[in-house]
Write a protein that binds this ligand. Structure first.
Ligand code: PGA
Length: 246
């Protein structure tokens, strides 16, 4: 069962998430972090940058693997996750570029790229702490609702709900309809999982993932079978939880 903690607002969620990540780095300077993109983790990354600027954190030996990347979008594109990570975290801390990893959505053979990415994670020693957001449809990474869980990194067709949610970032052009995503296997193999969710539009996905059946139609529900999964929520994201089931 996941440990759930509810905070008043998004700032407090970010503060708590940053403390957990900072503690992992302080305990293991060469920690392997799984990282996420999207609006939710931005305040957490801001907190981590502040801790670095204050001399609390040293990222020089930290290794990162991101969850996903769009297919067929240049890494330099302002909507790519390569660009997102540089802008919101990497260029503001002393991490070594060679220690940061994202799947290559422009690889000529995307199936091979998935295999390469999983092997890279495994060879590095597996993820110590995986940071996750959650989609309105319960996805984690781009593991979209499906008939079964996909364990390997794979190319995912984005669902209409994800396309609608993410199209806000693509102003003048069509957004990609596919992404390459870490699978449920690498996520669940992480030693610890930290899921953050804020805002009313996540309330239903949070309720279904924590209090509905464990099923691939709500991919995040599998996190309940992880021995060390922590959910940090704001009041809005927690608002549909039935406290009698806690
Ligand atoms: P968001 O995305 O943080 O932008 O809401 C989260 C997700 O889709 O996993």
């Amino acid at each position: 069962m996941a440990y759930v903690r509810v905070f008043d607002n998004e700032t407090q969620v970010a503060g708590a998430a940053a403390v957990i990540i900072a503690s992992a780095i302080l305990h293991k300077p060469n920690v392997i972090l799984g990282l996420a993109t999207g609006s939710t983790p931005i305040p957490t990354y801001r907190e981590l940058i502040r801790l670095y600027q204050n001399g609390v954190l040293d990222f020089s030996r930290v290794i990162t693997f991101n969850l996903d990347e769009y297919c067929h979008l240049p890494a330099e594109h302002a909507c790519s996750y390569h660009y997102f990570m540089r802008k919101h975290l990497f260029e503001n801390i002393n991490i070594s570029a060679g220690n940061t990893h994202l799947p290559n959505g422009n690889a000529p053979d995307l199936a091979k790229e998935g295999i390469r990415y999983d092997m890279a994670i495994e060879t590095a020693g597996g993820i110590d702490l995986q940071l996750l957001g959650i989609g309105r449809n319960g996805h984690i990474g781009f593991n979209e609702p499906a008939e079964q869980f996909t364990y390997e990194s794979h190319v995912a067709d984005l669902t209409p709900s994800t396309m609608e949610a993410n199209s806000r970032f693509f102003e003048e052009e069509d957004m990609p309809f596919q992404a390459i995503s870490m699978g449920i296997g690498s996520i669940m193999s992480a030693k610890e999982i930290l899921l953050i969710a804020t805002g009313m539009d996540k309330a239903e996905a949070i309720r279904k993932s924590l209090q509905g059946d464990i099923r691939p139609q709500i991919q995040a529900s599998i996190l309940r079978t992880h021995p060390k999964a922590v959910y940090l929520l704001d009041q809005a994201a927690a608002s549909q939880l039935d406290c009698s089931k806690a």
